[in-house]
Design a protein around this ligand. Sequence first.
Ligand code: CAA
Length: 248
Amino acid sequence: MNKDSKNIALVTGGTGGLGTAICKRLSNDGYLVIACYHNAEKAEKWRIKMKEEGYEFPMYQSDVSDYHSVENMIKEIEAQHGHIDILVNNAGITRDGQFRKMTIENWDVVLKTNLYSVFNCTRNVINQMCDRNYGRIINISSVNGQRGQFGQANYSAAKAGMHGFTKTLAMEVARKGITVNTISPGYIGTDMVMAVPEDIRNKIVAEIPVGRLGGTEEIAHLVSFLASQEASFITGANYAINGGQHVY
Ligand code: CAA
């Protein structure tokens, strides 16, 4: 809690498509929301846009793939605002391409940004959560970590790994009032999905029973639910939110 007794939420990838909706929703819920970003130029444009819409988020730059960069950021946040109650591991990138042509660089950067980041951020908040007997860790994975996707061996591996992490950490910290859960969104109308070539994207949308891309607010709604104090018996779960594209 910060000095105004508001719970503090840290959202990585806060300036991205899902991140923006999550920041706004948690702020509307009454949390003090801190947005972590990587690209300073994009972040400044985002800050101005958010202000126009009536939101002012404390913002911190970090390379979430780098442990020490994250460690420094968390120390700074704790010094300035207090301990983090809710961590949303949302930062992620794609480097799509068939595995037989995949470079080690494209494997590495996706694993480090999408999966090592989860270790880096969670490791730096977990002990203070244990000390205070409260915490919410929400990992944003993907339908493609659950079912695989042509061209995404790196991304699917990272996203599936995220849920393995969730299951184990959930067990380890369950007695400490901390829940750890995964959300696996399907295809949502973000820049990341809109970057998929239109013909391929149209074929993917045609396979979604609900008949459309998901909305970013729909994911934020689920984050809000899992972040709430009332969700204290839900831990180690993986919530599919994909319009019926993958049912199992
Ligand atoms: N199944 C089988 N074959 C397929 C295929 C599929 N789904 N998709 C493409 N192919 C075949 C093509 O027919 C073509 O075959 P030929 O060589 O015989 O002609 C070949 O694979 C494509 O060759 P390319 O050289 O074009 O392949 P590439 O290595 O450049 O990869 C790709 C193409 C980038 C993977 C492209 O198919 C693509 O963008 N696919 C969509 C990937 C996707 O869904 N990404 C999700 C991004 S959003 C996100 O990740 C958010 C989230 O969590 C959901």
